[in-house]
Design a protein around this ligand. Structure first.
Ligand code: FAD
Length: 382
């Protein structure tokens, strides 16, 4: 039985872990003993990486320090998780051992550059902050030739992000006065940019066409040939490049792979009603799971709330609702315009998505999406 003050450990302070910790702190206040563990000192929104890569802001400006997470009943530790004994709900880090009544795993997805031969030598990934920083200079100096935006594995985070990258790349090269000397090729393994929403996919495909971006759907990049500077697709097609912008292959973190029986997609299976794993009292949320929605912050956050409700129900009694697979994604169309798609993965027989055309209201709404999380999780205004 859990003690009166439940000991809760949350691994990973991403969208999922931060939301989970916030809901529990709101519920129990000082009657909570929650430890939030992350090896990083700062949180960074995924979309901030595009802002950094395209020179709209700096890496320093987008880092949100975890020391600003100050909540009743919550302490944040900067430690690296090295092993998880899920049956005993015991976690070992580089600094010690922690034991919990409830354990939540929100360690996200890691990148596996080595899974794509030639990528580390000849390409640039833009999915980490360091990768985005590293691309700022090549993007600021590319003056002729072909830039390729390519995806090297499935599943991958935020499926619309590479579409946004292709459109923002067009804007950057146009602003720099070199667009007519550069070609852009954009390839994704999905059949369309946002499969649950044909309207969104049509709008994006039209935007690529209007801007002269060559769009190759349904194709994965298998490897790069650094010497010949070609990207090879899974049907053998070779795409020459001068600059290769990669979504690297994703994988479950090694420490998680050693702990759970993984699903067919290589991530952690959970019970959708509670986000509980195969181990009682152990929950998994966000990108680390195989719950059946794309990997995105908005979904990780929703799963954090569902796991929190399940833990509250386990402590206080009662029941909790399940995970509904709904979320809102904002889409950068370029030209300072932002569109929106409301997706719903589980309520109908197939996933659906409702498209809202780009507008200035949506620019403000996207800004609010970020600022409201900064306020809720980090106590920051503005
Ligand atoms: C370019 C780009 C654009 C994106 N745009 C959007 C968007 O517009 N909207 C949206 O909803 N999503 C977007 N995303 C996706 C979003 O960032 C992720 O899906 C989201 O961060 C997942 O949340 P999470 O809580 O599962 O994991 P994460 O946020 O990845 O957090 C996992 C945490 O675990 C920590 N960790 C990992 N291993 C260890 C360890 N061994 N020990 C200790 N700590 C560890 C990490 O430091 C990290 O802080 C984007 C992603 C990218 C890359």
């Amino acid at each position: 039985m859990p003690r009166v003050t439940p000991r809760v450990i949350v691994l990973g302070a991403g969208f999922g872990g931060l939301e989970f910790a916030t809901v529990l702190s709101d519920e129990f206040g000082d009657d909570l003993d929650l430890t939030l563990i992350d090896e990083s000192g700062e949180f960074v929104f995924g979309f901030s990486k595009l802002d950094v890569m395209f020179g709209r802001t700096t890496a320093q400006a987008v880092k949100l320090p975890y020391r600003n997470v100050v909540k009743p009943g919550v302490r944040v530790l900067r430690e690296t998780v090295t092993s998880i004994d899920a049956a005993q709900r015991r976690v070992t880090t580089d600094r010690g051992v922690h034991e919990a009544d409830f354990l939540v795993v929100g360690l996200g997805a890691d990148y596996d550059l080595a899974a794509t031969p030639g990528l580390a030598e000849a390409g640039h990934e833009f999915y980490s902050l360091a990768g985005a920083v590293g691309l700022a200079e090549p993007l600021a100096t590319l003056s002729r030739g072909r830039a390729v935006v390519g995806v090297c594995g499935v599943p991958y985070k935020c499926p619309p992000a590479p579409s946004e990258t292709a459109l923002l790349l067009h804007d950057l090269l146009t602003a720099r006065g070199v667009r007519d000397r550069c070609e852009i090729t954009f390839t994704i393994p999905l059949p369309s940019p946002v499969p649950p929403s044909p309207d969104t996919s049509r709008a994006l495909t039209a935007a690529f066409g209007d801007r002269g971006i060559e769009f190759v759907p349904g194709r994965l990049v298998t490897h790069l040939e650094p010497g010949r500077r070609v990207a090879v697709l899974d049907d053998g097609t070779e795409v020459p490049f001068d600059l290769f912008l990669a979504v690297p292959r994703h994988r479950v973190p090694e420490v998680v792979a050693r702990t759970f029986d993984l699903a067919g997609d290589g991530f952690v299976p959970v019970d959708r009603a509670s986000m509980q794993t195969q181990f009682p009292g152990v929950y998994a949320i966000g990108d680390v799971t195989s719950v059946g929605v794309p990997k995105a912050g908005v979904f990780a956050e929703g799963q954090g709330a569902v796991a929190a409700a399940a833990v509250i129900a386990a402590i206080r009694g009662g029941s909790s609702g399940g995970y509904d697979g709904r979320g809102v994604c904002y889409l950068e169309f370029g030209g300072g315009r932002v569109g929106r798609v409301d997706v719903d993965f589980f309520s109908g027989p197939t996933p659906t998505g409702r498209y809202s055309e780009p507008s200035t209201e949506l620019v403000a709404e996207k800004r609010h999406f970020g600022s409201s999380r900064r306020a809720r999780w980090f106590g920051m205004s503005g």
